[in-house]
Design a binder for this molecule. Structure first.
Ligand code: BMA
Length: 810
């Protein structure tokens, strides 16, 4: 017979301090308690504190189970994920215990379900209990946060982060089922697809498990024939047989002429259906199916550089850092992954870095990335702390790494494995060795030996880097701008954003600037009256140390102090845009010396003031739109360089780009004072630099002038001051359209940073652009969508549509 799966997802019972309540699996205690009305919503106000007890309690998930399928040689209970410290008990028999959220578990229950339903209990011990026990046993160690996440293999950010709440979950967070099978099953399939010279190659490793060993078979003579008979295997690519023969544990298969999987911007992301069948004669015993793709990847690190090459071509990385999209990751669905990753792709992103304080995401995440041509850089799950290398943690780390390297092997989107987030750097930079516990093991062996060995053995087709940041060896400071990856945090933490221009690292793997979420997202989460940047609820939704002071410091350098919370909200969102623009435009202008940027961060997992471009309610911050401008295939930027200004044409395109570039100095009434024109040919995947003639930039001219640099479809503006106080004279007309409003804006004077905040109109409304600057006489249309029958007069309500000069005048 073929292996049969019987899902155990659905209704269960959760037992704990509030008694027994209905539960849903997959899920977690918080989502079940919320659904049963037993806890308040931890996203609202300061409720997070009121539900703190949940993470410290013990819980039991239970239900009766029975096997509804035909009799099988083996019956197994399979968990794709248990969060985290659990004992599993069937009809009073303890099947085993677990302590790692990042692994799957399988228990033999053959013979235990032969006569009717039996009670299954999964008893969860608080992750704190386990972590604190190990901390006491192994010795506390330096950690950037005051929580023991480094002593338990569980999503670190469930213990809180500088953008996240402390909500320590427990539960059956991924699929659970019974599997019945006979003779043999496919226990593990690893596939390493590569591409070279137009041909695809597949290295396959197929492990099987037999229901009985040969010795057992010898005792039951009559079955011995069937059990030891040679099994067969078939491998199909889009239905085409690549192999049909005796079972073989390893196979190197030529896939022939195939279309390569390409990252976004480099061609189609071709995918192929790969099927592995395990056969006993003509009987299909088991089947494994995935979509895969063929591509070659390496990172060129000669002389300190850090350039991704895919299918032989160097790739400018336009990346975003990804954190779990929900603090309760069991709530994630395929649709939500597709939405969020689609939003990254729509912003021009070509690489998503799965950050090490989160999780190895589920299959849906990587499949969506495969389809979208989004490259994935996957961190192993270590972040911002010293991690003990002693048992039992060492074995858990090895098991988890092996399992996930194999599990993710088919995905062409996965282009790199990374040992950890910031641990190699902070060990020195934060003097961890000098702090209590600094003499104990701290994870270095994981990053420099254990994990690279695992990747080299199991998946030599993907590059491994020891950490982010890392410069390749201890000889160079880990966060050196001269070599390898670089995290640019000093600027946000201590300086003005113009200091992004002080360095040209080889690769910027993290940098970012905070801003509040959309107004409605903040207002829905915080009920403070009056709402102020420093009112208690707002401060509770700001988790970074001195976060609001840093926001204020950032504003000080560019604007007068905001006179209202609304103005603070507008200006901090604008500053986030200007800061990130300063960073990315500068670094991108240095391609290929600086081979990429990975913005911190794409998403949020609750409503919070953070570095994200998309807020915790899924609403775009203006930064999302700016990211789309900065990551466009073809763009143009004005940059200060060597005491003057240059215009840089950025051509991340396979074709050369010939352009007439027109640079004009204009006064704030739109009169052109001086003009320079030139024709430029920019080679494919290159930049071209045009010095701006001195007469366009000379000091002494009116500082309210603006430099306008244009090529046909793109332009950039350079201002000699941060803001301009003349009334821009916004002339607004509104057309009601089928599913929203078209809002036309015409300006008489120069209007800097016009913003339409759709969430202020309606919770479900969206708009198609962020901050827009209009030159005298220009028009633009904001397309508000998602809500029919909106009252057009609402556009004139305070703060819905406004601009910088108006905000500063209020
Ligand atoms: C880096 C990240 C995260 C953190 C972010 C903002 O340190 O790796 O740990 O959230 O910066 O501080």
């Amino acid at each position: 017979m073929s292996r049969i799966e019987q899902s155990l997802a659905g209704p269960w019972t959760l037992g704990g301090p509030p008694g027994e309540i209905p539960a849903t699996v997959p899920g977690c205690v918080h989502t079940d308690l919320l659904a049963a009305g037993k806890i308040v919503d931890p996203f609202l106000g300061e409720n997070e504190k009121a539900v703190d007890w949940v993470g410290r309690a013990n819980w039991v998930y239970s239900r009766d189970i029975s096997w509804d399928g035909p009799r099988a040689d083996r019956l197994e209970l399979v968990f794709d994920g248990l969060d985290t410290v659990a004992d599993i008990e069937l009809d009073g028999v303890v099947l085993g215990s677990t302590r790692n959220m990042h692994r799957g578990y399988r228990f033999d229950v053959t013979g235990l379900l032969s006569d009717g339903p039996k009670p299954l209990r999964v008893r969860f011990t608080s992750a704190y209990t386990e972590a604190e026990r190990l901390q006491a046993q192994l010795g506390a160690r330096p950690n950037a946060y005051p929580e023991p996440f480094n002593f338990v293999r569980k999503m670190a950010c469930s213990f809180g982060w500088d953008w996240g709440p402390t909500l320590v979950t427990a539960g059956i967070w991924r699929g659970v089922r019974l599997e019945g099978w006979s003779t043999a099953r496919l226990s593990e399939v690893k596939t390493l697809p590569t591409y070279a010279g137009g041909r695809g190659h597949l290295d396959l490793n197929v492990s099987i498990e037999r229901a009985q060993t040969r010795e057992e078979c010898a005792q039951t003579r009559e079955e011995a024939g069937a059990q030891t008979r040679e099994l067969r295997m078939r491998v199909l690519l889009d239905g085409r047989p690549l192999y049909d023969g005796p079972y073989a544990e390893t196979l190197g298969l030529d896939a022939g002429n195939v279309q390569p999987w390409n990252p976004r911007g480099y061609g189609n992301a071709h995918l192929y259906a790969l099927t592995v069948l395990l056969l006993d004669g003509d009987t299909e015993l088991d089947r494994w199916e995935r979509r895969t793709g063929f591509r070659g990847v390496r990172i060129d690190q000669t002389d300190g550089q850090f350039v991704f090459h895919v299918n032989g071509e160097p790739v400018l990385v336009k990346g975003v850092n990804w954190i779990p999209d929900d603090i309760f990751p069991s709530r994630m669905t395929r649709e939500r992954y597709a939405l969020r990753l689609g939003q990254a792709a729509a912003a021009g992103v070509n690489l998503v870095r799965v950050w090490g304080g989160g999780i190895y995401e589920n299959r849906d995440f990587y499949e969506v990335c495969d389809e979208l041509g989004l490259m994935v850089w996957q961190d192993f799950l270590f972040a911002c702390a010293c991690y003990p290398e002693e048992e039992p943690l060492h074995s858990e780390v090895v098991a988890e790494a092996r399992e996930n390297v194999v599990r993710l092997s088919p995905h062409p989107s996965l282009v790199a494995w990374n040992g950890n987030n910031e641990n190699l750097w902070l060990h020195g930079a934060d003097n961890w060795a000098e702090r209590p516990g600094g003499d104990l093991s701290w994870g270095e062996t994981y990053y420099l030996k254990t994990l690279p060995d695992i990747v080299a053995t199991l998946d030599p087709t993907r590059p491994y880097m020891a950490g982010s940041p890392w410069s390749g060896s201890w000889e160079i400071e880990p966060n050196s701008a001269e070599a390898g990856t670089f995290h640019s945090w000093d600027v946000w933490n201590r300086e003005d954003y113009t200091h992004y221009r002080d360095s040209t690292p080889r690769f910027v793997a993290e940098f970012g600037w905070q801003a509040p979420p959309a107004w409605r997202t903040l207002r829905e989460a915080v009920t403070d009256e009056p709402l102020r940047p420093d009112s208690p609820g707002v401060l509770h939704h700001q988790k970074a140390i001195d976060g609001n002071d840093k926001l204020a410091r950032g504003l000080d350098a560019h604007f007068p102090a905001p006179t209202s919370t609304e103005a603070w909200h507008f200006l901090t969102q604008l500053n986030q845009v200007r800061a990130v623009r300063t960073g990315i435009a500068h670094w991108r202008s240095y391609w290929p010396h600086t081979a990429g940027t990975i913005l911190w961060q794409l998403n949020d997992l609750w409503p919070v003031i953070s570095w994200a471009a998309i807020d915790g309610a899924g609403r775009y911050k203006p930064l999302w739109f700016e990211t789309r401008n900065l990551y466009a295939e073809r763009a143009l930027t004005v940059q200060p360089r060597d005491g003057g200004l240059v215009v840089v044409l950025l051509n991340d395109h396979a074709k050369p780009w010939t352009e007439t570039v027109r640079i004009a100095r204009m006064d704030n009434r739109g009169v052109e004072l001086a003009v320079f024109e030139t024709v430029v040919e920019v080679a494919a995947r290159s930049n071209a630099l045009i010095p701006v003639p001195d007469d366009l930039t000379t000091d002494g001219a009116n500082t309210s002038d603006v430099l306008v640099a244009r090529a046909s479809a793109v332009r950039d503006l350079w201002f000699f001051t941060d803001f301009d106080l003349d009334d821009p004279g916004l002339d607004v007309t509104v057309d009601v359209v089928a599913d929203g409003l078209d809002v036309h804006v015409r300006v008489g004077g120069l209007a800097r940073d016009v913003l339409l905040q759709p969430d202020r109109l309606h919770p479900g409304a969206t708009v198609d652009q962020g901050f827009v600057t209009l030159l005298p006489g220009e028009t633009t249309t904001f397309r508000v969508r998602g809500v029919a029958a909106l009252d057009p007069d609402l556009i004139r309500a305070p703060w819905v549509l406004t601009d910088l000069a108006t905000v500063l005048r209020r």
